[in-house]
Design a protein around this ligand. Structure first.
Ligand code: GDD
Ligand code: MG
Length: 376
C-alpha cells in the first residue's frame, strides 16, 4: 500500500461523483476512556479487545469495505500502546498514520491536528463506535446535497448521554445539543460519531488549544449557516465506552448482529472460534457462541460459554464455569470458580470456588480469593 501524503484539493469531487479512494479518515482515538475504567488504566479504549481483536480493527475494516484506505489516528492518551497494536495498518489493509497531541486537544482539536495529512474530504469517526453504517450511502448523500458537513445520526431511546441533533427541511441540521438535559429532548436522533467534513472547514478550528467538535465547531457551522446536514442511518450502532456496552458489543458480534469482515483468530467449530494451541481436556465443554484465545488451557469438566470470550493464554480450572463473561489474556481461573456476565482484565487470578457475577469489572492483575462472592 502506498502512503499518500497529500491529495489534490478537490479530487473527491471530480466529475460530480465522490471517489472514496481520495477520502481520508481521521479516527478520534485520544480520549482517556474514563467511563471504561478500570479496563483503560492499562489499555486505551481504542484498542480494548472485542472478541480478542483490538477495537480499531473493526473501524478500519468498515472504512476499507467502503473503499477508504487512507487513515489517520488522532491520538493523545497511551499513544505508544495504540501504535504497538495497530502499526502502519498494513495488516488491516489500510495505510495508517498518526497525529499525536502533546496535550489533549479535544474532539475538534484532534481533527485540526491532522490537517496536514488529509485531502479534500475527511471522514471523522469517534474511536469507540461499533457500527456497520453504510458510509458509501452517506458519501452519496453528502455529494447530492452539496453539503459541507454531514453527520451520521442514529436513534436512541434516551439521548441525554449523546449529542442530540434536530433536523429541519431536507435534512439540514437545525439544532445540536451535546448531552442535553431531559427538558431539552425534542427528538430521538443523536450524533452517531461519524462525520464527513470538507477539508476547508478545518481552518475554522483554532490551533493549539482544546476545541470540542460538539460544543464549539458544530454550533459555529449553524451560526454561520454553512451547509450542514444530518443523515439518518438504520444500521447497527453502539458506543462501546462503558463496561456494560463494551460487553454488549461483543454479545452482539457473537450473535451476528453486526455486519463486519473482522473475525476472531482461529477456526470456527460448532459455532465457536478456537485459536491455535488450545489445550482442552476431553471432559471440557465449549458452548456456542464463544471465542477461545490462542494457547488457552481448559481443565477437566469445565464449561466455557455460551457467550464467553476467553483471551489468549488463559487457564480454566477443573469444573469451572465461564458464561457471558469477557476474559482478557493470561487470566487464571481456579477449579470450580464461576464467572458470569462479568469482565476480567489481563492476568487476574480467580481463586478456586469463587463466584464473579453480573456487572463486575476486574482490573488487570486483580486477585479474587478462593470462595469469594462478587456481584450478583
Ligand atoms: N484525539 C483526541 N483528543 N481524541 C479525543 C479527545 C482528545 O482530546 N477527547 C476525546 N477523544 C475521542 C475519544 O477517544 C472518543 O473516541 C471520541 O473522541 C468521543 O469521545 P467520548 O468521550 O467517547 O464522547 P461521548 O461518547 O461522551 O460523546 C460523543 O460520542 C457520542 C456518540 O457515541 C459525542 O460526539 C456525542 O455527540 C455523540 O452522540
Ligand atoms: Mg463515546
Amino acid at each position: 500500500l502506498s502512503h499518500p501524503r497529500r491529495h489534490p484539493r478537490d479530487a473527491h469531487r471530480r466529475g460530480g461523483a465522490l471517489d472514496p479512494g481520495s477520502v481520508t479518515a481521521v479516527i478520534l482515538a485520544g480520549g482517556q476512556g474514563t467511563r471504561l475504567r478500570p479496563l483503560t488504566y492499562h489499555r486505551p479504549k481504542p484498542i480494548v479487545p472485542l472478541l480478542n481483536v483490538p477495537f480499531l480493527a473493526y473501524q478500519l475494516a468498515l472504512l476499507r469495505q467502503h473503499g477508504i484506505h487512507d487513515v489517520v489516528l488522532s491520538c493523545s492518551y497511551m499513544v505508544e500502546e495504540v501504535r504497538a497494536a495497530m502499526g502502519d495498518g498494513e495488516r488491516h489493509g489500510v495505510a495508517l498514520r498518526y497525529a499525536v497531541e502533546v496535550e489533549p486537544l479535544g474532539t475538534a482539536g484532534g481533527v485540526r491536528n491532522a490537517v496536514d495529512l488529509v485531502g479534500g474530504l475527511v471522514v471523522v469517526l469517534n474511536g469507540d463506535v461499533l457500527t456497520d453504517a453504510d458510509l458509501g450511502a452517506m458519501l452519496r448523500f453528502h455529494a447530492d446535497r452539496r453539503s459541507a458537513a454531514t453527520i451520521y445520526l442514529t436513534r436512541v431511546p434516551d439521548p441525554t448521554a449523546y449529542g442530540l441533533v434536530e433536523l429541519g427541511e431536507g435534512g439540514r441540521v437545525r439544532r445540536f445539543i451535546e448531552k442535553p438535559d431531559p427538558t431539552q429532548i425534542t427528538t430521538d436522533t443523536i450524533n452517531a460519531g461519524a462525520y464527513l467534513l470538507e477539508r476547508r472547514l478545518l481552518d475554522r478550528i483554532p490551533e493549539g488549544r482544546m476545541v470540542s467538535v460538539e460544543r464549539e465547531f458544530f454550533p459555529g457551522l449553524l451560526a454561520d449557516r454553512i451547509p450542514f446536514f444530518g443523515w439518518v442511518g438504520d444500521h447497527y450502532w453502539l458506543d462501546i465506552g462503558s463496561p456494560a456496552k463494551y460487553r454488549q458489543g461483543q454479545l452482539d458480534l457473537l450473535a451476528g448482529r453486526v455486519a463486519t469482515t473482522v473475525s476472531p483468530a482461529g477456526a470456527l467449530t460448532d459455532g465457536s472460534f478456537a485459536a491455535e494451541g488450545i489445550a482442552m481436556d476431553p471432559g471440557a465443554r465449549v458452548a456456542r457462541p464463544s471465542v477461545i484465545g490462542a494457547g488457552s488451557r481448559l481443565g477437566a469438566g469445565c464449561r466455557v460459554g455460551p457467550c464467553a470470550v476467553l483471551g489468549p493464554e488463559c487457564a480454566v480450572g477443573a469444573g469451572a464455569a465461564v458464561e457471558g463473561a469477557i476474559v482478557w489474556d493470561r487470566v487464571v481461573i481456579g477449579a470450580h470458580a464461576e464467572l458470569r456476565d462479568c469482565i476480567v482484565a489481563s492476568e487476574a487470578r480467580i481463586g478456586a470456588g469463587a463466584h464473579v457475577g453480573a456487572g463486575v469489572v476486574l482490573e488487570a492483575g486483580a486477585e479474587v480469593p478462593a470462595q469469594a462472592r462478587l456481584g450478583a
